[in-house]
Design a protein around this ligand. Structure first.
Ligand code: SF4
Ligand code: SF4
Length: 172
């Protein structure tokens, strides 16, 4: 028995090792104290979105003001959750909305269903629908989450426009 007691005492950490562990912890604390603060004071400050980030949608126009969308419904067909509604109508000489034969008389996206996969953007043959970087999409009623054509035709944020311009340059 005395031998066992002696072995247990030998296994107990000494004061020196406790102090060493404490100093190691303090060193970490002090090291972090003098590092630059990484906390972002959201919502006043916002972090930069990745270029690949996809948030709210926009419908684009050509430089002459005509809408790009030709009402082909390919975006609606590609959408895995069926949240796009397109109702097309014919362009006429008196009422030309897009350069094609047809235009989207109604274009709506139910943002409550959208999973921001970007398939609609990829499916569009004329790059009419694009996803921008906005992620603050909360609202106060279900109805306000149905984005109408009027809302979707709001001007593109400058960073989205710059991305699209760069993509178009690459294609040339
Ligand atoms: S991002 Fe995806 S889920 Fe959202 S509207 Fe486009 S295809 Fe549908
Ligand atoms: S947004 Fe593009 S894919 Fe969708 S209906 Fe218009 S032209 Fe067709």
């Amino acid at each position: 028995m005395p031998d066992e007691k002696k072995n247990d005492e030998e296994k107990q950490p000494g004061v020196a090792s406790d102090v060493a562990a404490l100093l190691t912890g303090l060193k970490t604390t002090l090291g972090e104290t003098f590092r630059p603060v990484v906390t972002t004071m959201y919502p006043e400050d916002k972090t930069t979105r990745s270029e690949r980030y996809r948030g709210r949608h926009y419908l684009r126009r050509y430089d002459n003001g005509l809408e790009r969308c030709i009402g082909c419904e390919l975006c609606a067909a590609a959408c895995p959750v069926g949240c796009i509604l397109v109702i097309a109508a014919e362009n006429t000489d008196e009422n030309r909305v897009s350069p094609g034969e047809r235009y989207a008389k109604t274009y709506e996206i139910n943002m409550l269903r959208c999973i921001f996969c970007g398939y609609c953007e990829e499916a569009c043959p004329v790059q009419a629908i694009v996803l921008g970087p906005e992620y603050e999409l909360s609202d106060t009623s279900r109805e306000r989450f149905i984005y109408t054509k009027e809302k979707l035709l709001e001007p593109l944020p400058p960073d989205v426009q710059a991305r699209l311009d760069a993509q178009e340059k690459e294609k040339k």
